[in-house]
Design a protein. Structure first.
Length: 747
């Protein structure tokens, strides 16, 4: 019996080594192997450090699933689940992200050539899709709500048409590009901003301040360049779908595939909102009924000379309906019910071709067409816009000091509608507008720490004639590249376009009136920027501060107060100015916590004369002087659960009131805050839930006299002669709402 018992007791001892496995791996940074990186299996005593080659090995690890954590000073930690199997070797390869890696981000917007953010002589802000996932958004307009210095404005209180302000200047002073091509101007600038899905976006580059020396008209306040995804870096499949408590449903599907020497990505996005919400009880829908679909396709081709070549196509269809809540069905143009029904068709095709020559020469060709069919009350609107664009750039390295960038471009804008807006006695830009131009700039490097850029652009258009827009920029960085100072001065110009001038130009409550022929606006701009990256014991501190000034020698601002029936446009040769400062601070801790805060103060005014001839400053409507934003992100490593808290704070702004208006002339202080929880699972699955507009801010009385939209009873019990008006709105009417969604990624 004893002889049998002893072998039985010893059996577990001899079988134990057979219940273990081995875990090996390689740890690297962006361009080097990391020695002495800490490798730990959480909730165990098993751990080691990497060797000179970044290699580690953990032997005799009991079989099972573990949370593997790898950390190294100056890098974001890595944590993921690994499974050690019986008698097998499990191998992992990990690339840690440097905490200061945002300085190495490749940007194009500041110079039309690929340079890192640190090398760029002009300050360029870069936002990747990961930044916007802290508060799930489905389009560009929503995404830019949480960017410092950007204020997405509501232009129309019925159909929620929008624009995007930079540093206090209206959206018509900003140029919006898609892959470096101007595609969001005129009609598209009003009705397509909230129809660009995030599923096609890789990152967004924002250049604040005058950029006309490179980009021409419309680039006075800044440039927003939407960089689409590269087919070679797009996952095989990515799905994102969400639903909120207002029954607004969104779905995005992105895929990539390869055929011979070409790689393609296809992005399809859809959105629908069909319930009639009336939160403020004015019998007008707060959220327009919407059906929207967007398709984007991009092909990238392999070349023996490694030159970049791609072609692309984009299509957008949107059906947007707003108005009185009790309308039976979708009735438009009916004198018994007020509604606004907008149908949009937009498509765009183009290519990017790097010529097979020694120097970097790039040809871009693009054509887009936008067709708008709408009914505002009983007024019918049909507009068509076509834009052709071609540009050739040549980057020539002369010597160690001088690096030349030269280019030539041609742009054709065509616009027509059935309202007479485009042919008003010469007051409005001509139906066809041919624009041709050339530009050149020299980037001079003086040692490792000083750079100077001097450039000029000559442009001729039918609407503005010949225009010179020079600029000069200077950059200094410290030896350790942790301190950067940038200073720039430049000129700009813009030709007024009444389709997206001010806010609410296209709506059913007012008509456009042009008091005199509108002249081009000319500006002189200056800005100074300081950036600092400081590695501290607990993490990395990132600071960014800027001051800016833009002076207009001629300023065109719509007047809403002269007559409640009209929006009146005229020249103001006494000038206008936008000046202010902004700051951002972010801290990335060594443990899984990131926080950030930013604010912008912008003082915008135009100079007017009162009846006695005395000059005074007048602040335009819908331009908040102070805006701020913040984010707080924490990852609970073991359950792979992340918490994101984001928000904005907006100061009071003047609103478009009428004479003796009972509503406040200024908006209140308000904040929009959002909370989100995201759970990551294995094999690329994520589920996210949260609440938007946590404090339930809803604007009061966005529509004046909503009970009499056709102004039939203005003489009845209306001593102040109020008229129906939709231009008072300044933010979304959506109150607090919950949302749920999921993402799936197949690499």
């Amino acid at each position: 019996m004893k002889r049998l018992l002893i072998p039985l007791l010893l059996t577990p001892l001899f079988s134990f080594p057979q219940s273990v496995g081995t875990l090996i791996g390689m740890v690297s940074g962006d361009d080097e192997k990391l020695e002495f990186a800490s490798v730990v299996l959480l909730r165990t005593d098993i751990g080691t450090n990497t060797d000179k080659q970044g290699y580690f090995e953990l032997k005799q690890v009991p079989v099972g699933k573990y949370q593997l954590r790898i950390s190294f000073i100056g890098y974001e930690f890595f944590q993921d689940e690994v499974e050690v199997k019986l008698g097998e070797i499990t191998e992992v390869k990990v690339t840690l992200i440097e905490l200061t890696s945002h300085l190495k981000e490749i940007v194009i917007t500041g110079s039309l050539k690929e340079v890192t953010k640190l090398q760029s002589v002009t300050p360029v802000d870069v936002y990747t899709t990961k930044y916007f996932q802290r508060n799930p958004v489905n389009n560009i307009w929503d995404a830019l709500r949480n960017v410092n210095g950007i204020f997405p404005d509501i232009d129309n209180g019925v159909t929620n048409t929008t624009d995007i302000q930079i540093n206090g200047l209206e959206g018509n002073y900003s140029m919006i590009l898609i892959d470096g091509v101007p595609a969001m101007n005129g009609l598209a600038g009003i009705y397509a901003l909230n129809a660009i899905p995030m599923s096609m976006v890789e990152k967004i580059e924002i250049l604040k301040g005058s950029a006309s020396a490179l980009y021409g008209s419309e680039a006075i306040a800044g440039v927003i360049n939407i960089k689409t995804k590269s087919p070679t870096n797009t996952p095989k499949l990515h799905v994102n779908a969400s639903l909120d408590s207002y029954l607004d449903a969104n779905a995005d599907i992105t895929t990539s595939f390869r055929i011979h020497r070409a790689t393609s990505m296809v992005s399809v996005s859809g959105q629908t909102s069909q319930y009639r919400w009336d939160l403020n009880k004015d019998n007008f829908m707060d959220i327009p009924l919407t059906n929207r679909i967007s398709v984007f396709n991009k092909w990238q081709f392999d070349r023996k000379d490694s030159g970049l070549t791609y072609i692309y196509g984009r299509f957008l269809y949107e059906d947007r309906f707003g108005g009185q809540k009790d309308i039976p069905g979708r009735i438009a143009g009916n004198p018994d019910y007020y509604s606004e029904w907008i149908k949009t068709n937009q498509w765009q095709v183009g290519f990017h071709y790097q010529l097979p020559v020694k120097d970097q020469m790039v040809l871009r060709v693009d054509y887009s067409e936008h067709y708008q069919k709408a009914i505002y009350g009983i007024s019918r609107f049909n507009g068509r816009q076509r834009t052709g664009f071609s540009q050739l750039t040549w980057n020539k390295k002369i010597d160690r000091v001088n690096d030349l960038l030269m280019g030539a471009l041609y742009r054709l804008n065509y616009y027509t509608d059935n309202t007479g807006v485009s042919i008003d006695s010469g007051s409005i830009p001509k139906r066809y507008n041919h624009i041709g131009g050339v530009f050149i700039e020299d980037e001079m490097s003086f040692g490792k720490y000083h750079k100077l850029v001097a450039g000029v652009r000559f442009e001729y258009s039918q609407n503005a004639g010949p225009v010179f827009t020079p600029r000069i920029n200077y950059k200094w960085n410290s030896k350790d590249e942790k301190h950067v100072v940038r200073i720039g001065v430049g000129t700009g110009y813009r030709v007024a376009n009444l389709l997206n001038e001010g806010f609410g130009a296209m709506n059913g409550s007012r008509q456009i009136k042009v008091a005199e022929p509108l002249k081009p606006e000319y500006t002189i701009s200056g800005n100074a920027n300081y950036t600092r990256v400081q590695e501290l014991k607990g993490g990395v501190l990132d600071l960014d501060a800027s001051v800016f000034l833009t002076y207009f020698t001629n300023f065109i601002e719509p007047d809403y107060n002269e007559d409640p029936k009209f929006i009146v446009y005229s020249n103001n040769k006494r000038g206008a100015m936008s000046t202010g400062f902004s700051a951002n601070a972010g801290f990335t801790f060594n443990y899984p916590l990131k926080i950030g805060i930013g604010f912008t103060y912008a003082y915008v005014f135009e100079i007017e004369e009162d009846e006695s001839g005395k000059r005074e400053r007048q602040v335009p409507e819908h331009s908040p002087p102070f805006t701020a934003n913040f984010f707080f992100s924490y990852l609970f490593p073991a359950p792979q659960l992340s918490l994101d808290w984001t928000g904005t704070l907006i100061s009071p702004m003047l609103l478009a009131t009428v004479l003796d208006d009972f509503r406040p002339t200024k908006s209140p202080w308000y904040t929009i805050q959002n909370v989100q929880l995201t759970k990551k699972f294995r094999k690329g699955m994520e589920i996210y839930v949260g609440i938007k507009n946590l404090f339930n801010f809803i604007q009061k009385d966005p529509i004046l006299r909503p009970f009499d939209p056709f102004n039939r009873n203005v003489q009845t019990d209306n001593p102040l002669n109020y008229r129906f008006d939709t231009t008072y709105g300044f933010t979304t009417m959506e109150g607090i709402k919950a949302f749920v969604g999921f993402r799936y990624t197949l690499l």
